[in-house]
Ligand binder design. Structure first.
Ligand code: GSH
Length: 197
């Protein structure tokens, strides 16, 4: 959005999300959180939950969220679809497929999150049919919220095959364009660190 910013690495390896400094920004001990030194009343303003952060930054800059009331709420609807569905379900699949849950003998929890992830991908695939982005021609905060999770699902979580990603060509098409956007290419390298395995 063209705003200057300073990134801070919160490392889970050292449980930085549980430090008093982190908790003062997000009592729910998760990333991301921001501090805007120039908040709504000119004072420093802290915010957590990425959906709230995206709406805040979109309204601050006038970018990536339509001013038209119907389009604005439709964008927020798809943003909430990520917050309530895509993020939590893909995240659980990551736990059961890649992290500690992969060693559980009972595969029913993993299979449930595979099925739910596939269902969400199908919803997104239908939405993207005939559209460049979730909201059509206009790139929006719904895309910014959603496609990093899709990228993570098939990349970092290594779940491409288990979710049958090839069944969702519209999602794959938009993801390919998303990861080539110059700001996304830059953003995926910030903060600069060696990815954990
Ligand atoms: N709904 C939240 C989800 C945030 C979230 O799940 N963050 C994870 C990383 S993707 C986290 O900080 N986990 C650390 C922990 O649970 O201790 C948002 O969109 O901001």
């Amino acid at each position: 959005m063209g705003l200057p910013y300073e990134p801070h690495l919160v490392s889970f390896d050292t449980q930085d999300q549980l430090t008093p400094a982190s908790l003062s920004l997000n009592p729910n001990n998760k990333i991301p959180a921001i501090v805007d030194p120039h908040g709504p009343d000119g004072e420093a303003f802290a915010l957590f939950e990425s959906g709230a952060i995206l709406i805040y930054l979109a309204e601050k800059t006038g970018l990536c969220l339509s001013a038209d009331p119907a389009l604005r709420y439709e964008t927020i609807q798809w943003l909430m679809f990520q917050m309530a569905g895509v993020g939590p379900m893909f995240g659980q699949l990551g736990f059961f497929h890649k992290f500690a849950g992969k060693d559980y003998e009972d595969k029913r929890p993993r299979d449930r999150y595979v099925a739910e992830s596939r269902r969400l991908l199908a919803v997104l695939d239908r939405r993207l049919s005939g559209r460049a982005w979730i909201m059509g021609d206009d790139y929006s905060i719904a895309d910014i919220a959603t496609f990093p999770w899709v990228n993570n699902l098939v990349g970092f979580y290594g779940a491409r095959e288990i979710v049958g990603f090839d069944d969702f060509p519209e999602v794959a098409r938009v993801l390919a364009v998303f990861v080539e956007r110059p700001a996304v290419v830059r953003g995926l390298k910030i903060p600069n660190r060696t990815p954990s395995t």
